[in-house]
Design a protein around this ligand. Structure first.
Ligand SMILES: [Fe+2]
Ligand SMILES: [Fe+2]
Length: 159
Protein backbone atom coordinates (compact mmCIF):
# COMPACT_ATOMS: atom_id res chain seq x y z
CA UNK A 1 0.00 0.00 0.00
CA UNK A 2 1.17 3.49 -0.84
CA UNK A 3 -0.02 6.74 0.70
CA UNK A 4 -0.79 9.14 -2.15
CA UNK A 5 -0.34 12.90 -1.78
CA UNK A 6 -3.36 15.15 -2.28
CA UNK A 7 -1.93 16.26 -5.60
CA UNK A 8 -1.39 12.68 -6.79
CA UNK A 9 -4.94 11.77 -5.78
CA UNK A 10 -6.37 14.80 -7.57
CA UNK A 11 -4.46 14.02 -10.78
CA UNK A 12 -5.54 10.36 -10.68
CA UNK A 13 -9.18 11.38 -10.26
CA UNK A 14 -8.90 13.58 -13.36
CA UNK A 15 -7.29 10.72 -15.33
CA UNK A 16 -10.05 8.39 -14.11
CA UNK A 17 -12.78 10.69 -15.43
CA UNK A 18 -10.94 11.03 -18.76
CA UNK A 19 -10.75 7.24 -19.14
CA UNK A 20 -14.45 6.92 -18.30
CA UNK A 21 -15.26 9.47 -21.01
CA UNK A 22 -13.00 7.65 -23.51
CA UNK A 23 -14.79 4.34 -22.84
CA UNK A 24 -18.16 5.99 -23.27
CA UNK A 25 -17.11 7.81 -26.47
CA UNK A 26 -15.55 4.75 -28.13
CA UNK A 27 -18.59 2.58 -27.33
CA UNK A 28 -21.00 5.26 -28.51
CA UNK A 29 -19.01 6.02 -31.68
CA UNK A 30 -18.60 2.30 -32.50
CA UNK A 31 -22.38 2.11 -32.71
CA UNK A 32 -22.55 5.26 -34.88
CA UNK A 33 -19.69 4.47 -37.30
CA UNK A 34 -20.75 3.49 -40.82
CA UNK A 35 -17.59 1.59 -41.81
CA UNK A 36 -17.15 -1.88 -40.24
CA UNK A 37 -13.36 -1.44 -40.10
CA UNK A 38 -13.83 1.73 -38.05
CA UNK A 39 -16.32 0.02 -35.73
CA UNK A 40 -13.71 -2.69 -35.04
CA UNK A 41 -11.04 -0.12 -34.25
CA UNK A 42 -13.34 1.82 -31.91
CA UNK A 43 -14.38 -1.37 -30.09
CA UNK A 44 -10.75 -2.41 -29.68
CA UNK A 45 -9.79 1.01 -28.31
CA UNK A 46 -12.76 0.89 -25.91
CA UNK A 47 -11.28 -2.31 -24.42
CA UNK A 48 -7.88 -0.63 -23.96
CA UNK A 49 -9.55 2.35 -22.27
CA UNK A 50 -11.25 -0.07 -19.88
CA UNK A 51 -7.82 -1.53 -18.99
CA UNK A 52 -6.53 2.01 -18.42
CA UNK A 53 -9.45 2.73 -16.11
CA UNK A 54 -8.71 -0.47 -14.16
CA UNK A 55 -5.05 0.52 -13.75
CA UNK A 56 -5.93 4.05 -12.55
CA UNK A 57 -8.52 2.66 -10.12
CA UNK A 58 -5.90 0.24 -8.76
CA UNK A 59 -3.42 3.08 -8.15
CA UNK A 60 -6.13 5.25 -6.55
CA UNK A 61 -6.83 2.45 -4.06
CA UNK A 62 -3.18 2.70 -2.93
CA UNK A 63 -1.88 -0.39 -4.73
CA UNK A 64 1.13 -0.28 -6.99
CA UNK A 65 0.35 -1.81 -10.38
CA UNK A 66 2.34 -4.89 -11.34
CA UNK A 67 4.30 -3.63 -14.32
CA UNK A 68 5.72 -7.06 -15.19
CA UNK A 69 2.19 -8.27 -15.84
CA UNK A 70 1.39 -5.04 -17.66
CA UNK A 71 4.41 -5.26 -19.92
CA UNK A 72 3.08 -8.65 -21.05
CA UNK A 73 -0.16 -6.91 -21.98
CA UNK A 74 1.82 -4.21 -23.71
CA UNK A 75 3.43 -6.77 -25.98
CA UNK A 76 0.07 -8.30 -26.75
CA UNK A 77 -1.36 -4.88 -27.52
CA UNK A 78 1.59 -3.95 -29.69
CA UNK A 79 1.36 -7.15 -31.71
CA UNK A 80 -2.41 -6.91 -32.09
CA UNK A 81 -2.01 -3.29 -33.18
CA UNK A 82 0.49 -4.23 -35.86
CA UNK A 83 -1.71 -7.09 -37.07
CA UNK A 84 -4.53 -4.62 -37.39
CA UNK A 85 -3.38 -2.83 -40.48
CA UNK A 86 -5.76 0.11 -40.71
CA UNK A 87 -4.02 1.47 -43.78
CA UNK A 88 -4.52 -1.74 -45.78
CA UNK A 89 -7.95 -1.00 -47.19
CA UNK A 90 -8.07 1.84 -49.68
CA UNK A 91 -11.57 3.07 -50.24
CA UNK A 92 -13.20 6.07 -51.81
CA UNK A 93 -16.46 5.58 -49.91
CA UNK A 94 -16.09 8.10 -47.14
CA UNK A 95 -18.84 8.96 -44.68
CA UNK A 96 -18.88 12.55 -43.32
CA UNK A 97 -20.18 11.10 -40.05
CA UNK A 98 -17.16 8.77 -39.77
CA UNK A 99 -14.79 11.66 -40.48
CA UNK A 100 -16.41 13.69 -37.70
CA UNK A 101 -16.16 10.80 -35.21
CA UNK A 102 -12.47 10.27 -36.09
CA UNK A 103 -11.67 13.98 -35.80
CA UNK A 104 -13.27 14.16 -32.37
CA UNK A 105 -11.45 11.08 -31.06
CA UNK A 106 -8.12 12.21 -32.48
CA UNK A 107 -8.48 15.49 -30.57
CA UNK A 108 -9.53 13.56 -27.45
CA UNK A 109 -6.49 11.24 -27.61
CA UNK A 110 -4.18 14.20 -28.11
CA UNK A 111 -5.57 15.90 -25.02
CA UNK A 112 -5.51 12.74 -22.88
CA UNK A 113 -1.93 11.94 -23.90
CA UNK A 114 -0.88 15.46 -22.89
CA UNK A 115 -2.61 15.10 -19.53
CA UNK A 116 -0.70 11.89 -18.80
CA UNK A 117 2.55 13.60 -19.69
CA UNK A 118 1.85 16.49 -17.29
CA UNK A 119 0.68 14.16 -14.50
CA UNK A 120 3.69 11.82 -14.64
CA UNK A 121 6.00 14.62 -13.46
CA UNK A 122 4.14 14.89 -10.12
CA UNK A 123 4.49 11.26 -8.96
CA UNK A 124 7.06 10.10 -6.38
CA UNK A 125 6.83 6.37 -7.12
CA UNK A 126 8.77 4.99 -10.11
CA UNK A 127 6.35 2.09 -10.69
CA UNK A 128 3.40 4.47 -10.87
CA UNK A 129 5.31 6.67 -13.32
CA UNK A 130 5.99 3.59 -15.46
CA UNK A 131 2.34 2.56 -15.36
CA UNK A 132 1.22 6.04 -16.44
CA UNK A 133 3.90 6.12 -19.14
CA UNK A 134 2.69 2.76 -20.44
CA UNK A 135 -0.87 4.12 -20.70
CA UNK A 136 0.37 7.28 -22.42
CA UNK A 137 2.13 5.18 -25.07
CA UNK A 138 -1.14 3.38 -25.76
CA UNK A 139 -2.98 6.72 -26.10
CA UNK A 140 -0.39 7.75 -28.69
CA UNK A 141 -0.95 4.41 -30.45
CA UNK A 142 -4.70 5.13 -30.51
CA UNK A 143 -3.94 8.49 -32.07
CA UNK A 144 -1.72 6.82 -34.66
CA UNK A 145 -4.40 4.22 -35.47
CA UNK A 146 -6.98 6.98 -36.03
CA UNK A 147 -4.48 9.09 -38.01
CA UNK A 148 -3.62 6.15 -40.28
CA UNK A 149 -7.27 5.30 -40.80
CA UNK A 150 -8.13 8.90 -41.69
CA UNK A 151 -5.17 9.15 -44.04
CA UNK A 152 -6.14 5.90 -45.82
CA UNK A 153 -9.65 7.28 -46.37
CA UNK A 154 -8.51 10.70 -47.54
CA UNK A 155 -9.97 12.35 -44.40
CA UNK A 156 -6.65 13.78 -43.29
CA UNK A 157 -4.03 15.07 -45.71
CA UNK A 158 -0.94 16.43 -44.01
CA UNK A 159 1.05 18.62 -46.44
FE1 LIG B 1 -6.98 5.58 -22.03
FE1 LIG C 1 -6.95 6.21 -25.85
Amino acid sequence: MIQLTQKETMLLKDLKSHEELCISKYNDYASKAQDAQLKDMFNKHAQHEQQHLNTITTILSGQIPNMQQNSGNANNNASSASQNNFTATQSTANSPMDAKLCGDLLMTEKYVSGTYDTSIFEFRDTNIRQALNHIQKEEQQHGEDIFNYMQSKGMYNPQ
